[in-house]
Design a binder for this molecule. Structure first.
Ligand SMILES: N[C@@H](CCC[C@H](N)C(=O)O)C(=O)O
Length: 327
């Protein structure tokens, strides 16, 4: 079987994008999961945090399905949606589309470059829910807003939010960020456990200056990634609620792969977040598989997007220089 791919990333959160808009690949659900595990493995020639399947939609312009590198399917992926937005906008010749995702149809649009020459997309992150049943998080209460979870830590204050994939967020200082607290805690809530039966994305947020934050996420189904778009959106919201950042204003969100901007909107009792950032292509190629366990792959006709990679490296240099002043 041959599969055409585009290797792409949003803030260094990297994906293998597969176009099924015209014809679905003849893959069972189990085979989609096996494909994700095989080609996302960092030991494989490709490697990635997940697969983005871009499909046709009965009612929207296109549909995104996201599989994590462990083969689990997630309801949403913010960085991935920007890559899908770019792909679908270019394919359909439009600057603004609606993309169907597992739980919502989301608006996406091409917007002003976040850095000279870098294709940039604004994607809608919604629906937002603080109801613990929507993560799920099993506690004897309905919501968790800047509160302790004694089973996890005696010191940290957590907020739980679904956007709609599940996030657990703590605002921390540099000492905690530099420690192994996040990794230990994240591994605990992503193995069989009674608090989070479906696992959870865990983010530690450092406040830099007003409307500027740093976010690191241990992703469910993956582990540490350079960045997680839904987590950066949810973290921006949490800092508006608990740390003096402002809704309706751009919040610059720095991460280990670059930076994005988020804008938190509260309208008519509903919360939505704009996630704005790059959709960068690394290369395109055809993958040739001998068998449906996808363990052996030949990468054919590889074409690199070198200019895009060079421009993105400049954004990363600028981010590194900014972050140095907080060390
Ligand atoms: N990296 C993504 C989120 C991918 C899904 C996540 N690991 C989950 O299981 O919920 C993003 O950019 O939002």
């Amino acid at each position: 079987m041959n599969i055409e791919i585009i290797k792409c990333h949003g803030s260094g959160n990297d994906f293998i994008l597969i176009d099924e808009m015209d014809t679905l690949l003849p893959l069972t659900e189990d085979e989609r999961a096996s494909l994700a595990v095989a080609i996302c493995s960092r030991g494989s020639e490709i490697g990635g945090d997940g697969i983005l399947f871009v499909q046709g939609s009965a009612h929207a312009d296109a549909k995104m399905r996201i599989f994590n590198s462990d083969g689990s399917e997630a309801s949403m992926c913010g960085n991935g949606l920007r890559c899908v937005a770019r792909y679908a906008c270019e394919k359909l010749g439009s600057d603004k589309l609606v993309i169907e995702t597992m739980k919502a149809d989301l608006e996406v649009e091409r917007t002003e470059d976040i850095f000279d020459g870098i294709p940039t997309f604004r994607v809608e992150i919604s629906p937002v829910s603080f109801q613990l049943k929507d993560l799920p998080l099993h506690l004897e209460q309905d919501v968790l807003l800047n509160e302790k979870i004694p089973q996890l830590s005696n010191d940290l204050y957590f907020t739980a939010v679904a956007v709609p994939n599940p996030h657990l967020i703590a605002i921390v200082d540099q000492g905690i960020l530099a420690s192994d607290v996040q990794e230990t805690l994240s591994i605990g809530v992503n193995k069989p456990n009674t608090l989070f039966p479906d696992g959870v994305n865990v983010s530690f947020v450092r406040l830099l200056e007003k409307n500027h934050i740093f976010v690191r996420t241990f992703e469910r189904g993956v582990g540490y990634t350079n960045a997680c778009g839904t987590a950066m959106s949810a973290s921006s919201l949490v800092t508006c609620l608990h740390a003096g950042n402002e809704p309706e204003k751009e919040i610059s969100v720095y991460n280990n792969g670059g930076k994005v901007k988020c804008v938190v909107h509260h309208m008519d009792g509903e919360t939505k977040i704009d996630l704005i950032g790059n959709g960068t292509y690394e290369y395109k190629a055809a993958l040739q598989f001998d068998s449906m366990d996808f363990t052996s792959v030949a990468v054919l006709n590889k074409e690199e997007f070198n200019t895009e990679k060079e421009l993105y490296a400049k954004l990363q240099d600028e981010v590194a220089a900014y972050l140095t002043s907080f060390n």
